[in-house]
Design a protein around this ligand. Structure first.
Ligand code: DAH
Length: 341
């Protein structure tokens, strides 16, 4: 084959390969194969010395033309392949805005937290502070200091889980009264919300774990009238302006006198309905005047100061507030229930 024919054959093959090339790496290999220093075209040019002087410039020109043709072909292919690549990339990255999105579940406040926050808000508005005590408590704070000695029958109704003979899971938040008195002299206005524990079997109205909100006010000249006024304001704020309260005599070892406090049923207004079991009234808390013995134990002079205290059952007021018939719903963490608040 003469040099001319060789050049034509190279051109034909290069064009064929260029037409078939499908990626940039292959394309580069073709470029090196034909145009590189050790490429086919160079190899042919090296044999030009064997040509006659007349033929040499003609073949040289033809070789240059072919080099240009192949170079242009490689560039064109390069651009095409890059464009194809870009198009594929864009296609792969395309977002289908019609696809349903991923739902973000937003949590909600637990009904007990909703009511507790409301109660706190009401008392903070009346100048109360929020205090706290430990859930694992000494027998002293939970019973002894509250005028409930070891042989007192009130202990029977508040059996609990004992860690040692002197350490237990608190049965009431009332112990926080003593803890606050030990730290502070009157005037005192505090509420102490928290978990309490009793060895009760679970049913619609009982749970071995529940919540109370303790309240206590101590100052000079505090009377039962202050207790009534404070709790009436509280009840109206919580259940509405039309709400009335009534005090029934009761007994608690740490208050004297003591009472239980009912609110008029917010559903029927006091006529009697299924919510209040026909009574017209719903018991929501216990209270009374802090016993002088308890004040003295807490380091406060009962001849100078007096005070009232009360204990609210958080579950009870939440159940009435939301019309719940079973306390267990509050602890089961069923989102179908919790979602409704
Ligand atoms: N601790 C009482 C209970 O669990 C509730 C209570 C009654 C608290 C009277 C008080 C109070 O502070 O004065 O049944």
């Amino acid at each position: 084959m003469d040099t001319r024919a060789q050049l034509d054959a190279i051109r034909a093959r290069a064009e064929e390969e260029l037409a078939a090339v499908s990626d940039l790496k292959e394309l580069d290999a073709i470029r090196v194969k034909y145009l590189g220093k050790k490429g086919e075209l160079t190899a042919v040019l090296k044999t030009m010395g064997q040509l006659s002087p007349e033929e040499r410039p003609k073949v040289g020109q033809a070789a240059n033309e072919i080099r240009e043709i192949i170079t242009a072909g490689v560039e064109k292919r390069n651009e095409l392949l890059k464009a194809e690549l870009q198009a594929k990339k864009l296609e792969a990255e395309a977002i289908d805005v019609t696809l349903p999105g991923t739902k973000v579940e937003v949590g909600k406040k637990h009904p007990l937290s909703i009511v507790l926050d409301e109660v706190k808000e009401i008392f903070l508005g009346m100048g109360f502070e929020v205090a706290q005590g430990p859930e694992v408590e000494w027998d002293y704070y939970n019973f002894e200091a509250l005028n409930i000695p070891a042989d007192h029958p009130a202990r029977d109704t508040q059996d609990t889980f004992y860690i040692t003979e002197k350490m237990l899971l608190r049965t009431q938040t009332s112990g926080v009264q003593i803890r606050v008195m030990e730290k502070k002299q009157p005037p005192i206005r505090m509420i102490a919300p928290g978990r309490v524990f009793r060895s009760d079997a679970v049913d619609a109205t009982h749970s071995p774990l529940f919540h109370q909100i303790e309240g206590m006010v101590i100052d000079e000249g505090v009377t039962m009238g202050d207790l009534k006024g404070t709790l009436e304001t509280f009840a109206k704020k919580l259940y509405g302006e039309q709400t009335r309260i009534r005090l029934r005599p009761h007994h608690f070892p740490f208050t004297e006198p003591s009472c239980e406090i009912d609110v008029s049923c917010f559903k029927c207004g006091g006529c009697g309905c299924s919510m209040c079991k026909g009574e017209g009234w719903i018991e929501i808390l216990g209270g009374g005047m802090v016993h002088p013995k308890v004040l003295r134990t807490g380091g406060i002079d009962p001849d100078k100061y007096s005070g009232f205290a009360f204990g609210i059952g958080l579950e009870r007021i939440a159940m009435f507030r939301f019309g719940l018939d079973d306390m267990r719903h509050l602890y089961e963490n069923d989102v179908r229930f919790l979602d409704q608040f």
